[in-house]
Design a protein around this ligand. Sequence first.
Ligand code: SF4
Length: 157
Amino acid sequence: MSETVRTTCPYCGVGCGVLATRNAGGGVDIAGDPEHPANFGRLCTKGAALGETVSLEGRVLKPLVMGEPTNWDAALDLVAKRFSQTIAEHGPDSIAFYVSGQLLTEDYYVANKLMKGFIGSANIDTNSRLCMASSVAGPGRVITILARPRAPQVGPG
Ligand code: SF4
């Protein structure tokens, strides 16, 4: 019988408790942790689909340049060269970073330092803003519409 691991959903700051159990097919079954104070067993759609993200199938595990595999040194040299050329021709604001919302705080620091401290632009944002903002705003709108009081019915007589 597989051991169940108590862990935390990595997607957002709610930090829901998750129970992860390896299944017979080699995947992981996911359930909300009923004892976790952040979610008491519930998970949103993203958290509930965590089990679908653990496979390596379809992931890019090595650098690719124009779809061709290469090594990290060559890939990083190419990125640095293209950044330098673009900045020289069009200035630092011609570069922008759109960064994953799943980075750690230290990773964010490095990315911000690179953009603001070295490239010299403030063009950096993460999908944390768009992803979670839309996840919150969408259901909020729907619930508001459903909960809106109905206008008084005006009829004859
Ligand atoms: S609200 Fe959803 S995305 Fe955020 S921690 Fe909980 S399950 Fe994960």
